[in-house]
Design a protein around this ligand. Structure first.
Ligand SMILES: [Zn+2]
Length: 294
């Protein structure tokens, strides 16, 4: 089961999130037919978005993470809410890059470094909060660490990892975001930094320890970590017939009329879950009427 755990540690001076998102990535891999490097990039993004969803404070709030560094994957996009629903897509899901080593996928080259990481928080207000920061490595975790530091003025350490099997199935996907609060002592901070530097590769930790709890115990060993919340997370798309109707209506009368004249029907495929929605001529005529009155 995929989940996010929320943790406090170091006498309340450290706040952390740990996630395991292997199942949601396997589902995304099947839906989008992801290449191994696309799966690695999307899995890291989904892990981060799932955790950032748990930082939201209210019902119906949403967070979107978008990266486009001009690399062969194009845009990588994920959306999560505080209920644990996560969806994601890669613009060019079959794109591949040469591996760094036979074992190591080159996510940085696949994402590219010529662009920005964008975080959109829809907090239910009129205008969403939008933060951006230039991509430095395309490896995603480093880019998010820089984003937190410079765009949100929140020092954080982000670790994200995906391991893909030779048969393309996802072996493990997970990660953490560790934030230090402003009142942390110099000594605690130094100890934490030293601890994080000495960690074995995250994919190894997740593969060997298997649960976010066990990884957390290992990463925050010595800092008396306490789990304060646990949330199940999963790939879930919120598209619906109604939403697709709204999208069609927003095209306007002229556009819908020309679809009717040219094709007699319409098919819209959801970019996130690839579900197809079909509209026949009668349904389209009805939408024309609604577009007229809207
Ligand atoms: Zn969908």
């Amino acid at each position: 089961m995929d989940k996010v755990i929320r943790v406090t540690a170091g006498k309340g001076q450290v706040r952390a999130f740990f996630v395991q998102n292997t199942e949601m990535l396997e589902k995304a891999r099947e839906i989008h037919q992801l290449s191994p490097v696309a799966a690695a990039a999307l899995g890291r993004m989904m892990a981060a978005t799932a955790m950032m969803g748990q930082m939201l404070k209210g019902m119906g709030q949403k967070i979107t993470l978008r990266m486009n560094g001009g690399g062969p994957l194009g845009t990588v996009l994920c959306v999560a809410d505080d209920e644990g629903n996560v969806k994601g897509l890669v613009e060019y899901p079959q794109a591949e890059t040469e591996n760094l080593t036979p074992e190591k996928l080159n996510v940085g080259a696949a994402v590219g470094t010529d662009g920005e990481i964008t975080v959109i928080k829809d907090l239910g207000m009129k205008a969403p909060y939008i933060g951006t920061y230039p991509i430095s490595t395309g490896e995603i975790a480093e880019d998010l660490t820089a984003y937190f530091m410079h765009s949100e003025q929140q020092p954080a350490s982000v670790g994200l990892s995906v391991k893909v099997n030779v048969d393309y199935h996802i072996l493990v996907s997970g990660g953490f975001i560790i934030q230090v609060l402003p009142d942390i002592s110099e000594e605690q901070l130094r100890l934490l930094e030293a601890k994080l530097i000495c960690l074995p590769p995250l994919s190894e930790l997740f593969e060997n320890l298997n649960t976010p709890e066990a990884v957390m115990e290992r990463v925050l060993e010595g800092f008396d970590p306490v789990i304060t919340e646990e949330k199940q997370v999963a790939f879930h798309c919120d598209c619906s017939q109604e939403r697709m109707e709204e999208a069609l209506i927003s095209l306007g009368v002229k556009e819908i009329t020309s679809i009717i004249e040219e094709d007699g029907h319409a098919e819209i495929i959801c970019h996130f879950c690839r579900k197809a929605y079909r509209f026949n001529e009668m349904e389209l005529s009805k939408l024309t009427q609604e577009a007229k009155s809207s």
